[in-house]
Write a protein that binds this ligand. Structure first.
Ligand SMILES: Cc1cc2nc3c(=O)[nH]c(=O)nc-3n(C[C@H](O)[C@H](O)[C@H](O)COP(=O)(O)OP(=O)(O)OC[C@H]3O[C@@H](n4cnc5c(N)ncnc54)[C@H](O)[C@@H]3O)c2cc1C
Length: 453
């Protein structure tokens, strides 16, 4: 059926939806299809702002009748805009905003429209937190489905390690409440197996943890000439430090275009433990500038990510320590960086993330120690080609040090997405896809792989 017939049919049933339904002539369609990455301009057939489970079922039935793909939009932060499928149905979940703490204060239940900042603001009222990523606008469920790494992850694990249960509408429109006991395989897959693979998730329950009333964190930076020493120490620190510490490293430019190596530190350790830690770190290189202070966990999570930019990012996991050759190559790549906004970033893993085996959940990267991301960023409506080239070339150079895997939450459409996101867990995920979504209704990486195969 052609696009105008499909639209006409949808318009004819629009009155059945409780939520809004938007077509390309509506202003809201153009607002809602926007994602964090302004280089993406996908054009779905329709955007449906679901307001209840019945809306989701109606959309799934329509998609089944007309063989249309469905993508689910949570916080809209997938780098490649995979939450907005071309020519298919986008289910915008932004009205699913409920959050409630369990009576025993061990877990929190939240809807599919809740973002990190909203969940943090809610849980910290009770002195509690879920280990979430550092971008306040990321959707909690979108991040959970691919893992979820943030300041508390070395202490309490990934966001998906906190998953208790999931409420999902599947490809037949059937509501499923999935937990470790009711459906261990699907629960395994929803714990890191990526976004939009098996159904539309309306709510999840996550474990919460007690966080101290204040934590310690901030930045330390050195001139770029210190980068080799700093990255070597950084690597040793990540491999040996206590779970209370979480340290990012970033090669970037300061506002005046000055190149620098900086680290962003977070700690739940006591003030005196932190003082000793920071004294040691300041000696990693000459000329350290420190901006470290005691603040609330919520303040620490209030990071400003500039919006309305185009991003083009590539990443890979490093299994071992950062070798001397790798560090040299990282610095060489960085020095060729064509723009002040771009950089090379390291996320640490380790600690509680490694307490579980790689096959215990769909998140296969547990034994890795770092994610290295080459981050291209530009203004305008399309990534600048010089930046794209720099990212691709740097990624190709650094890939020889990676273990062949990439972080599914820092999505990029790698040649073999499935193998790089899920490694040896891919086969089990594919088998589950055949069981729960054999017609590839949901436009996640498993569908993309099966459709291309
Ligand atoms: C600026 C920035 C900072 C980031 N920082 C971190 C970080 O610190 N740590 C980290 O781990 N990650 C981080 N990420 C990655 C982020 O966690 C992922 O991109 C995540 O998938 C985004 O979720 P979302 O809901 O915002 O995005 P969306 O694009 O809306 O969703 C992402 C994927 O999940 C699917 N999905 C979303 N909601 C549902 C649902 N209810 N049911 C079924 N499928 C659903 C979507 O269809 C899509 O496939 C960052 C990303 C950006 C752009």
């Amino acid at each position: 059926m052609n696009i105008s017939n499909l639209k006409a049919q949808l318009k004819a049933i629009a009155y059945q939806f409780n939520g809004h339904i938007w077509f390309s002539h509506d202003q809201q369609y153009h607002i809602r299809k926007r994602v964090f990455n302004h280089g993406i301009n996908n054009t779905p057939l329709v955007i449906i702002e679901a307001s209840c489970e019945e809306d989701i079922r109606l959309a799934i039935n329509f998609a089944n009748e007309h063989n249309l793909a469905i993508s689910v939009k949570g916080g809209g932060h997938s780098n490649t805009g995979s939450c907005v499928v071309n020519d298919g149905i986008v289910l915008d979940m932004s009205t699913f905003k409920s959050i409630s703490l369990a009576e025993d204060r061990q877990s929190v239940r939240l809807g599919a429209g809740v973002r990190n900042r909203e969940l943090d603001a809610y849980t910290t009222q009770y002195g509690l937190a879920v280990p979430l990523g550092t971008c306040p606008d990321v959707g909690v469920i979108g991040a959970t489905l691919g893992g979820g790494i943030g300041f508390l992850s070395r202490k309490f694990g990934l966001t998906c390690d906190s998953l208790v249960n999931v409420t999902m509408i599947d490809a037949l429109g059937i509501k499923r409440i999935v937990d470790k006991v009711s459906d261990p395989d699907l629960f395994w897959a929803l714990s890191g197996g990526g976004g939009c693979q098996f159904g539309v998730i309306t709510e999840i329950t996550l474990k919460v943890y007690v966080v101290p009333s204040t934590v310690i964190g901030g930045f330390i930076e050195w001139p770029i000439c210190e980068a080799k020493k700093v990255l070597k120490h950084y690597s040793d620190e990540v491999l040996s430090s206590a779970r209370d510490y979480f340290v990012y490293a970033y090669l970037s430019r300061a506002s005046q275009g000055r190149e620098k190596i900086s680290i962003m530190v977070f700690s739940t350790a006591t003030k005196s433990e932190c003082d000793a830690f920071f004294k040691r770190i300041s000696n990693w290189g000459i000329g350290a500038k420190m901006d470290i202070s005691e603040k609330t966990y919520l303040e620490m999570q209030a990071n400003a990510y500039q919006s309305e930019l185009c991003v083009y990012w590539r990443n890979g996991f490093v299994s071992h320590a950062l070798s001397s050759q790798f560090i040299d190559d990282v610095i060489d790549c960085y020095v060729n960086c064509p723009d002040d906004y771009c950089g090379i970033m390291f996320d640490p893993l380790g600690g509680a993330i490694q307490d579980r085996a790689c096959e215990d959940s769909a998140f296969v990267h547990r034994k890795s120690n770092f994610i290295c991301s080459v981050t291209g960023i530009s203004g305008g409506v399309k990534i600048v080609s010089e930046i794209e080239r720099w990212v691709d070339d740097s990624h190709a150079t650094l890939s020889t040090f990676y273990n062949g895997q990439a972080y599914q939450n820092y999505e990029f459409l790698a040649k073999d997405e499935l193998k790089s996101y899920f490694g040896k867990n891919s086969l089990k995920l594919l088998a589950l896809k055949h069981r729960y979504d054999p017609k590839c209704r949901f436009y996640g990486s498993l569908s993309r792989h099966l459709i291309e195969a």
